[in-house]
Design a binder for this molecule. Structure first.
Ligand SMILES: Nc1ncnc2c1ncn2[C@@H]1O[C@H](COP(=O)(O)OP(=O)(O)O)[C@@H](O)[C@H]1O
Ligand SMILES: CC(C)(COP(=O)(O)O)[C@@H](O)C(=O)NCCC(=O)O
Ligand SMILES: [K+]
Length: 244
């Protein structure tokens, strides 16, 4: 049994797997890390390995503290991945994006794949049918857009996510909701259309904290799975065991 942990820039997500079976998911903040890991280890005594993918600012030591009871693995660019990395700066590619690309490559063989992860940032990752990882895009995520409007202006309030009534915002609040939510949805659909114009035969996977909110608003057909990164972490680790 293994525990996989995804440290993002907003939250930490963790999941317990045995082979391909997912037992439970846990979502918590950085300050709750220790308490959560300890509870998970108590609940699942068969866990032998802890696999960490981190793009956040959690100290490695927070995980290495469990080295005496578990095998602790930090996924890195040096690990084996099932695609050819064509990124011009492979060492600066986010490890979360590499794990997503690995999951897409393994789960959806012989086709073009676009992974959209709507988290703190929205990231786009494209792997072609010959398993070349080409790259994608990074843009501010949904919550970040609300925060940026508030933090970098004098007059705009900080609002929480809400569905806009119309694309014409008739008040400050409605204008912000329209700009953030409609803008985000148009942007994602716009990107998908660009990929579709250039490639055929491909699958689109949507994941990240805003998956459910976005899935029903996009005009394009996508495969929505908010657990895709956790599942991909499990698959990346299984792949590493076989190919190291
Ligand atoms: N309870 C929550 N706390 C924070 N963000 C949330 C929550 N529920 C949904 N979200 C949405 O999830 C996004 C962050 O996604 P997440 O996948 O957790 O990010 P990351 O992987 O970068 O830590 C935000 O844009 C926010 O709108
Ligand atoms: C783009 C990211 C900040 C996304 O982080 P997230 O939204 O998942 O918290 C992360 O993948 C990262 O730090 N990437 C490094 C730059 C790159 O991928 O090229
Ligand atoms: K992301």
């Amino acid at each position: 049994m293994i525990l996989v942990v995804d440290v993002g820039n907003t939250r930490i997500k963790a999941a317990v797997f045995e082979d391909a079976t997912l037992f439970e998911i846990f979502v918590f903040s950085k300050i709750e890390l220790q308490k959560n890991i300890e509870n998970i280890l108590k609940k699942f005594e068969k866990i032998t390995d802890l696999i960490v993918s981190s793009v956040g600012d959690v100290e490695k030591q927070s995980f290495l503290a469990y080295n005496n009871v578990l095998n602790v693995h930090f996924l890195s660019h040096e690990d084996p991945f099932p695609f050819l990395n064509r990124y011009a700066t492979p060492k600066t590619l986010g490890i979360d994006r590499m794990v997503l690309a690995a999951g897409a490559t393994l789960q959806f063989p012989n086709q073009n794949r676009l992974v959209i992860d709507a988290g703190t940032c929205v990231t786009y990752d494209f792997i072609d049918e010959e398993n070349n990882y080409l790259g994608g895009a990074i843009a501010p995520g949904l919550r970040l857009r609300y925060e940026a409007l508030h933090n970098f202006t004098a007059k705009l309030p900080l609002l929480s996510l809400e569905s806009p009534k119309d694309f014409i915002g008739t008040s400050t609040s409605e204008s912000i909701h329209s700009g953030v939510v409609n803008g985000f949805v148009y942007e994602i659909d716009g990107f998908i259309d660009e990929y579709k114009a250039r490639y055929s035969n491909f699958i689109i996977i949507l994941t990240g904290g805003d998956t459910d909110f976005l899935a029903k608003r996009l005009k394009n057909t996508i495969f929505a799975n908010s657990n895709f990164l956790l599942e991909s972490l499990n698959q990346t680790f299984q792949y590493k065991i076989k190919n190291d």
